[in-house]
Design a protein. Structure first.
Length: 80
């Protein structure tokens, strides 16, 4: 049994797990972030991060994406 302190400062002995919805659209924000700006590349028509994102969503391992980036230069795994 573990004790935890909530944001209100109350101590609880409950072992409550955080759960997230499953599925393709598990989270959809109510509105776009007001400072978000989509900048696609003029030649390819997609943003620089999109190719890594697509590869990740398709199940490719982040280390593989980092080593074999589309630009030809390796990137850090944390960047993926």
């Amino acid at each position: 049994e573990t004790n935890s302190v909530s944001a209100t400062g109350r101590t609880s002995n409950d072992n409550v797990k955080m759960t997230f919805p499953e599925g393709d659209n598990a989270f959809t924000p109510a509105q776009q972030w007001h400072l978000a700006e989509y900048k696609p590349n003029k030649k390819t028509g997609v943003a620089s991060w999109e190719s890594s994102y697509t590869r990740f969503v398709d199940g490719e391992h982040p280390q593989t994406i980092a080593i074999n980036s589309k630009s030809g230069k390796p990137i850090q795994v944390n960047t993926v």
